[in-house]
Design a protein around this ligand. Structure first.
Ligand code: NAD
Ligand code: LMR
Length: 339
């Protein structure tokens, strides 16, 4: 095992403000795929989070360097690296939150569903280990295709008798991050004040930003809203094409993953009114999983919030996304049931 300890928290004050907490309880976070494009900056951001007391970094390649590097940062958490499958159990044991960015990313011309072949198996085996070693942990699923990997995780947990729908989250925060950024730019408002719910799933047209509910309000034309919606839906592809074969979003995703994990930790610690969008088991539509605003609390998912009122275009978008989302969910379920 790669063991690294560190000093007491001396995080810069801007970080303490960003993730503020006093007398935070002990919390262990495990990152599976910690040495990857997302995993590395996400490990850094979780090391900066004072709500974390233990940080377990697991990957099948490159863990020692990342763990040694991150462990030198003088913040609260103790960092340990786990570099091989036989160390996965120890990495997971005692975890409160497990973040999964393990798996292959897209190259130009690929859809997220093209990643299913490789990532479905990776996610399935990691979830089998979670079921065994930390069945009560909150799972933050980043690996694509999220519309299928979340149902895969649910099926694995069901097959092991440990499924709790309050503990499983598809991370769609990057869609919200993008929607906020693009809206602020067009509406010429302070991005820090912006809120935009994003519902549905995490691929193409299944990503449905609700700009009609965006705040602060702005008088944007239908054309503007259409363009913002398309840019949010294609945000991942914009980055994949810009990286030209060198992967997909990693830095913005690490930021988004850190925001969502921080919200999970705040909820576990009893902070009130922690609301984020996430792809979860849901009854807000006829689909068994759906992304919408959710309230996070001491048990994980406390409440799936309703969709609120939608514009006519958003209502059409909602109906249009259902067939694709339904088939991606069914594909994930079938993968586990048939294996
Ligand atoms: P990457 O290839 O840079 O890193 C993936 C890491 O996973 C590698 O370090 C690899 O060694 C590791 N890995 C592979 N199999 C593993 C296993 N069985 N156990 C542990 N680790 C394993 O890829 P990336 O850019 O970090 O992207 C990772 C995933 O995140 C991709 O599937 C990508 O599509 C997805 N992603 C999701 C979102 C989102 O919004 N949810 C955003 C961006 C990327
Ligand atoms: C994203 O939205 O950036 C991720 O899902 C990665 C991708 O393949 O687009």
């Amino acid at each position: 095992l790669l063991r690294r300890s560190n000093a007491a928290s001396t995080s810069p004050c801007f970080l303490r403000r960003a993730f503020s907490s006093e007398a935070a309880p002990e919390r262990k976070v495990a990152i599976l795929g910690a040495a990857g494009g997302i995993g590395q900056p996400l490990s850094l951001l979780m090391k900066l989070n004072p709500l974390v007391s233990r940080l377990a970094l697991y990957d099948i390649a490159g863990t020692p360097g990342v763990a040694a590097d991150v462990s030198h940062i003088n913040t609260r958490s103790e960092v340990k690296g786990y570099a091989a499958e036989e160390q996965l159990g120890e990495a997971l044991e005692g975890s409160d939150v497990v973040i999964i960015p393990a798996g292959v990313p897209r190259k130009p011309g690929m859809t997220r569903d093209d990643l299913f072949k490789i990532n479905a198996g990776i996610v399935k085996s990691l979830c089998e280990a979670i079921a065994k070693y930390c069945p009560n942990a909150l799972v933050n699923m980043i690996s694509n295709p999220v519309n299928s990997t979340v149902p895969i995780a649910a099926e694995v947990f069901k097959s092991k008798g440990v499924y709790d729908e309050r503990k499983l989250f598809g991370v769609t925060t990057l869609d919200v991050v993008r929607a906020k950024t693009f809206y602020a730019g067009k509406a010429k408002v302070n991005v820090a004040d912006v809120n935009v719910p994003v519902i549905g799933g995490h691929a193409g047209i299944t990503i449905l930003p609700l700009f009609s509910q965006a705040t602060p309000k702005a008088n944007l034309s239908d054309e503007d809203i259409k363009a913002l919606t398309k840019r949010t839906q294609d945000g991942g592809t914009e980055v994949v094409e810009a990286k030209a074969g060198k992967g997909s979003a990693t830095l913005s995703m690490a930021y988004a993953g850190a925001v969502f994990a921080d919200a999970c930790l705040k909820g576990l610690n009893g902070a009130p009114d922690v609301v984020e969008c996430s792809f979860v088991q849901s009854t807000v539509t006829e689909l068994p999983f759906f992304a919408s605003k959710v309230r996070l609390g001491k048990n994980g998912l406390e409440e799936v919030l309703g969709l609120g009122s939608l514009s006519d275009n958003e209502k059409q978008g909602l109906e249009a996304l259902k067939p694709e989302l339904k088939s991606s969910i069914e594909k994930g379920v079938a993968f586990v049931r048939s294996s």
